[in-house]
Design a binder for this molecule. Structure first.
Ligand code: GLN
Length: 219
């Protein structure tokens, strides 16, 4: 009888607390249709370690994957394709409810309220008060790299058929400029937080992922 009691006692509390941990763990998703999905997942894991937070990092492809996320990263890729896949999977409305979103390149296009050089019928989430111009730096062959200064520190930045952030509203905070133009900015309003970059941080640094996580945790 002794072993039975012991087993019972140790089994129940352990199972309950394990469940609670999973349920209460902050989860951040990475939209996983195309682009640097693995690199963003890896950068998020590294950033979580640096700021000492236990973050659940999840690739997102379906409505179910979006449920309960504290934050979402929309990677670069092709905004016209991203929009079609998000529409096909019925993600738009659920994505709009996520409290913290970080968009890089095509992801920044997805966040913006106004887009220049838009494909006919192309939609965005329209969450952030910025205007962007698709493919504004030119074609693929005009992609470039640069050492940049940002509010988070110096870093190397890679621009791949990047959009130009052409206008930002008054309450949008600029975090970096290059050649006199905004390349990183953030907006916080009504409990929502959005971060948009025209380049690809996941290839060179975790500084923006750390910054995003700090905003998710409001620390
Ligand atoms: N040119 C792409 C678009 O319009 C963005 C490029 C990128 O994400 N690297 O979506």
């Amino acid at each position: 009888m002794r072993w039975r009691d012991r087993r019972y006692r140790s089994w129940r509390p352990a199972s309950r607390s394990a469940e609670n941990n999973v349920a209460s763990r902050t989860r951040i998703g990475v939209l996983a249709y195309q682009g640097d999905v693995e690199e963003h997942l890896e950068a998020l894991r590294a950033a979580a370690k640096k700021i000492k937070k236990d973050v659940g990092v999840v690739p997102v492809r379906t409505k179910q994957d979006l449920a309960g996320l504290a934050g979402l990263i929309i990677p670069g890729g092709e905004s016209t394709t991203l929009y079609k896949l998000c529409r096909r999977e019925g993600l738009f409305e659920d994505m709009k409810r996520i409290p913290n979103i970080f968009g890089t390149c095509a992801g920044a296009i997805m966040l913006s309220k106004a887009v220049g050089n838009k494909m006919a019928g192309q939609e965005t989430l329209g969450l952030m008060d910025i205007e962007v111009e698709r493919n504004s730096y030119g074609r693929q062959s005009e992609s470039f790299e640069a050492d940049i200064e940002t509010a988070l520190g110096d870093m190397h930045a890679i621009f791949i058929r990047a959009p130009r952030i052409t206008k930002v509203a008054k309450d949008v905070k600029v975090l970096a400029e290059y050649d006199g133009e905004v390349i990183a900015c953030e907006q916080e309003s009504k409990g929502k937080y959005y971060l948009a970059l025209s380049f690809h941080p996941e290839l060179t640094t975790t500084l923006f992922h750390e910054h995003f996580l700090r905003r998710v945790y409001r620390v």
